[in-house]
Ligand binder design. Structure first.
Ligand code: ZN
Length: 602
């Protein structure tokens, strides 16, 4: 590890876990904890739980657990160091590096990121330059892009010359090529990858620039003797994975979560245009189709995904994949009403007030497909109408939900003027064939720690201990627990100086013990410790009394019978006093001493 444990502790202490999680899923306070829908598995009712005092989380559905660092690692898909750095930046903490074998690779990554950040600054400076940047600024203005948007999105300009950037940011040829800013030409000279282009920095989810997208200036495209692509992105590098990165996600994230809706476009200019029109929850794929990885990521942020593509590209997407995502991730896919033949950036320029409405009026994906079919179809004769109905049914039966299917049947009946019952019969026949062999839903996973009624008091006591070890570890000692996992957990917690230390030790241990710990920490007790402890200790004492009685019957006891019977009498008296509510704290304390004595003499 390149950072000290001290740093980790400082970062964890400074991080407000509820605020951190709330950037991705809305949370609600319930008693001493916060709950929400789990970002790690798809669900309809919340089973994700955050303990705000300890900064730890646990999901009662999928058993995901951990602290702020593991949360960032899993949701933003970064490694430990990146997560730590992200959280440190977030809280304004300066990390202290310690040398380690991994430092070399870490500092390479760091220096590459800083290279990309310097490139971004240089592009921005060039755009602002009176002479060099003029044409680019005029182009942006002609596209309706404001200075405010230029600043927010860090837009810049790469001039036409072949090798300005590399010299300007002082990069070695090797690094320059490796981060995707340049390439070697046939004579072995390093050239700038982006030339004559308006530059859009592409950041990872934590807001660090990992790549660029460049839009060619029209003048340069026109005077070029060979065809230049309109848009050009950085090549794939170890920092930039096209199938995973979403342009603008770092800036839009909190709005996306707050609105539970994300607008997905195809280009960076679409995102900028939407933002200018007040739609602040838009992101863009960068020159690739919407991938499974994109969905995997988006499902953590919002349940409503609005595709804001031009109508043709939206129509070309594979319906089957979308329905699978909707089902697996419990999300809904909508298609925005983008005017035919236009993309959002063009609408933003000509008719910006239309954009928010376009998103608001988005239709469910199936509705979008059916409308397109009906709009373009000739339905003059009854044969033509039957053919369109057949096509519509083909679309309908791809949808996995019978409820949704019957919902849309009326729409098809209206459009094709074929009777509802006739259509219904056709759908049922075809759906039956299509759906044969689809496996049933997985059985619900059951909790591993369903304890018996007798162990409940023990579990509740353990819950108190884990949530407040400072107060309780002197009193609630491991020997009190008969369930071996409970005793083991009490031992670990008792040996750690803080809950977060115990948490990280248990994360290392993993397995059932770690699961039990997080389960109890994620759901802090609402009961009174004294009530719980008194019940627990009384139960344990009764158990020991019973066991002594059994042994007495078998003659299986050593030592003085008189002492033994006075011991039994003492415990009976204490249990009774506790049961009738007489001086409970003192009697509970005495009973604990009694128990420990009996158990240590075994
Ligand atoms: Zn979960």
């Amino acid at each position: 590890m390149a950072y000290s444990d001290d740093d980790k502790e400082r970062v964890l202490t400074a991080t407000d876990m509820v605020a951190l999680v709330s950037e991705q899923v809305p949370l609600k306070r319930v008693g001493r904890r916060f709950v929400g829908l789990c970002p790690f598995h798809s669900e309809g009712t919340p089973s994700f739980s955050v303990n705000p005092e300890q900064g730890l989380y646990y999901c009662f559905g999928c058993q995901a657990s951990g602290d702020a660092i593991s949360f960032v690692m899993q949701t933003l898909r970064v490694d430990f160091q990146e997560a730590l750095e992200h959280l440190a930046r977030r809280s304004g903490i300066q990390l202290i590096e310690v040398s380690s074998p991994s430092k070399a690779s870490k500092s390479k990554r760091e220096s590459h990121l800083s290279l990309l950040s310097r490139a971004q600054q240089w592009f921005a400076k060039t755009l602002a330059d009176n002479t060099v940047g003029r044409e680019a600024r005029e182009y942006l203005r002609s596209r309706g892009i404001t200075q405010e948007a230029i600043d927010r999105f860090g837009i810049g300009f790469a001039p036409e010359e072949a090798d300005l950037l590399q010299r300007a940011i002082g990069a070695s040829a090797e690094d320059f090529v490796e981060v995707g800013l340049g390439y070697k030409d046939d004579r072995g000279l390093v050239r700038d990858h982006f030339r004559g282009r308006v530059m859009f920095p592409i950041s990872d989810a934590t807001g660090r620039v990992v790549a660029f997208g460049g839009r060619i200036l029209p003048e340069i495209q026109e005077k070029s003797s060979y065809p230049l692509p309109k848009y050009k992105n950085s090549p794939e590098t170890y920092l930039y994975h096209k199938r995973r990165v979403l342009y603008g996600l770092d800036l839009a994230r909190s709005t996306i979560v707050a609105r539970n809706e994300v607008v997905v476009c195809e280009g960076y200019t679409d995102v900028v245009g939407l933002w200018q029109a007040g739609v602040e929850n838009a992101v863009a794929t960068c020159g690739t189709a919407l991938s499974d990885e994109h969905f995997e990521r988006l499902k953590n942020f919002a349940k409503r995904i609005v595709l804001s593509f031009d109508a043709d590209s939206a129509g070309q997407n594979a319906a089957e994949r979308f329905y699978k995502f909707e089902k697996n991730f419990n999300i809904q896919i909508y298609v925005a009403k983008v005017p035919y033949g236009k993309d959002p950036a063009e609408v933003a320029k000509d008719n910006p007030e239309l954009l928010p409405k376009m998103i608001e009026d988005a239709s469910p994906y199936l509705m979008f497909r059916l409308s397109r079919l009906f709009e373009g179809a000739d339905m003059t004769t009854s044969e033509q109408r039957a053919k369109v109905a057949d096509e519509a049914i083909s679309m309908l039966i791809e949808h996995p939900s019978p409820l949704v299917r019957s919902e849309y049947l009326g729409l098809i009946a209206d459009a094709t003027k074929i009777s509802f019952s006739e259509l219904k019969g056709r759908v049922e026949r075809r759906a039956k064939v299509a759906r044969r062999g689809v496996p049933s839903e997985d059985a619900q996973t059951k909790g591993r720690w369903a304890v018996s009624e007798g162990d409940r008091a023990a579990l509740e006591t353990l819950r108190h201990l884990i949530n407040d070890p400072g107060e309780l570890s002197e009193i609630v000692v491991p020997q009190l627990f008969r369930v071996s996992e409970f005793a083991e957990l009490a031992t670990i917690v008792g040996n750690c100086s803080s809950v977060s230390e115990a948490a990280s030790r248990l994360s290392d241990v993993g397995g059932d013990l770690s699961d039990l710990f997080y389960r109890l920490i994620a759901d802090p007790p609402v009961s009174e410790i004294l009530d719980v402890l008194a019940t627990f200790v009384s139960r344990e004492a009764l158990y020991e009394l019973e066991s002594i009685t059994q042994r007495l019957k078998r003659g299986d006891v050593e030592g003085d019978l008189l002492t033994l019977s006075s011991r039994i009498a003492q415990a009976r008296r204490l249990v009774e006093a506790i049961g009738s509510g007489v001086d409970v704290p003192a009697h509970t304390g005495e009973l604990i001493s009694w128990l420990l004595e009996v158990r240590s003499s075994k």
